[in-house]
Design a protein around this ligand. Structure first.
Ligand SMILES: *Cc1c(COP(=O)(O)O)cnc(C)c1O
Length: 381
């Protein structure tokens, strides 16, 4: 029996619905990874990624054949050697994943923590910075909906001489990102988050300074597949390293073009507007922001505390029967919050109208969709 895959309303904080241009691009004829047309396409991707990341002209950009976590892993694999002091900011599961990876690559990891729902304090980083070779931080912590103060942290790190790695998975492509101005040395994201391309590619950006540190390694990078020099062999020197997934390159290229054509400020405004309207629609039911400090709320993942007594599993189960996917909390926030995705194509009125109309029906409430539309008035559905 064939498995049925119905149309679905994905409101999850990744993956996001695929952009129509990316979907169309997937069906382009197959080419070889060494064909000149593919190298030309790759060049455009590299240039567009520099724009997306706000990177310097000498910043190397590429796609890794894997998801966002491979982007994370490649950074530690190339920039850390056994015994290096690495400072990792942890205020949620993705920060914890960074600390785990750095440890596996032999780093002596110092962790700067903040409670769940709160941002990393720059003063706490400053206090631990001495002697660190690399500092790693998640820009937008998906597990809690917290935006960490990367510009302030970067200013501190710049003065210390350490390298700075930033997880830009929930920000790059949806929020302006200023790798050069802030002084970020390594950044990565995943294709299926803010860009609304299919999962399977990790766009990365590596600063000239990161390359210098990489070149001074005493030992070869233990992760051969993502060795920075191997990446440059293929992306800059056009020689074979491994077979890249060209169809995914087509789709990412189209999604990235669409994002830059729309403009990062316009995308940022779209996420903010839909997020604001959603909060207004749901507030009378008792949903409140999980993150207390407004400036620490991640615009692309709206974390809302559930009303007292709300049947989280039951309601999400019934939404799921209607093919609407809503993500709950993770770990300590399980059963306490919903995390509504506002990345890429998820930040559109239509999927959230579907959710609000379904909630009106399931909860016997009225006016949710109307409040949402009122708050949204200037944005076409
Ligand atoms: C999703 C996510 C990742 C990991 O990406 P995968 O594509 O699932 O491997 C890393 N960091 C953050 C902040 C994320 O949201």
């Amino acid at each position: 029996m064939a498995v049925s895959l119905p149309e679905h309303t994905l409101l999850t904080p990744g993956p996001t619905p695929i952009h129509p241009d990316a979907l169309a691009a997937l069906t382009r004829p197959m080419l070889g990874h060494m064909d000149p047309e593919v190298f030309a396409l790759n060049r455009e991707i590299q240039a567009d990624l520099r724009v997306m990341y706000g990177a310097a002209p000498d910043t190397f950009t590429a796609l890794l054949a894997g998801t966002g976590s491979l982007g994370m892993e490649a950074g530690f694999a190339n920039l850390v050697e056994p015994g290096d002091e690495v400072l990792v900011c942890v205020n949620g599961s993705f920060g914890a994943r960074m600390a785990e990876m750095a440890t596996r690559y032999g780093a002596r990891v110092r962790v700067v923590q903040a409670p769940h729902g709160e941002p990393i304090e720059p003063a706490a980083v400053a206090a631990q910075l001495d002697g660190a070779r690399l500092v790693a931080v998640v820009h937008g912590e998906t597990s809690t909906g917290v935006l960490n103060p990367v510009p302030a942290l970067a200013a501190l790190v710049r003065g210390s001489g350490a390298l700075l790695t930033v997880d830009a998975v929930t920000t790059a492509g949806m929020e302006p990102f200023f790798m050069q101005d802030w002084g970020v040395d390594y950044a990565y994201t995943g294709a299926q988050k803010c860009l609304s391309a299919p999962p399977g590619l990790a766009p990365v950006a590596i600063s000239a300074r990161a390359f210098e540190c990489f070149a001074a390694r005493r030992t070869p990078t233990p992760l051969w597949y993502c060795d920075f020099d191997g990446l440059r062999d293929y992306w800059d020197r056009q020689s074979y390293h491994h077979t890249v997934p060209v169809n995914l390159h087509y789709a990412l290229h189209a999604a990235l073009r669409a994002a830059l054509a729309e403009g990062l400020h316009a995308r940022q405004a779209r996420a903010a507007q839909i997020g604001g309207a959603l909060q207004r629609a749901l507030a009378p039911l008792g949903f409140t922001p999980y993150v207390a400090r407004p400036e620490a709320r991640l615009p692309t993942v709206l974390a809302l505390r559930l009303p007292p007594g709300f049947d989280d599993a039951g309601v999400r189960g019934r939404l799921r029967e209607r093919h609407i996917s809503v993500t709950g909390g993770l770990g300590p926030t399980a059963g306490q919050i919903w995390r509504l995705g506002l990345m890429g194509e998820t930040a559109r009125p239509a999927p959230y109208l579907t959710l609000l109309r379904a909630l009106e029906d399931l909860l016997g409430e009225r006016g949710l969709a109307e409040r949402f539309l009122d708050a949204l008035a200037p944005v076409p559905a």
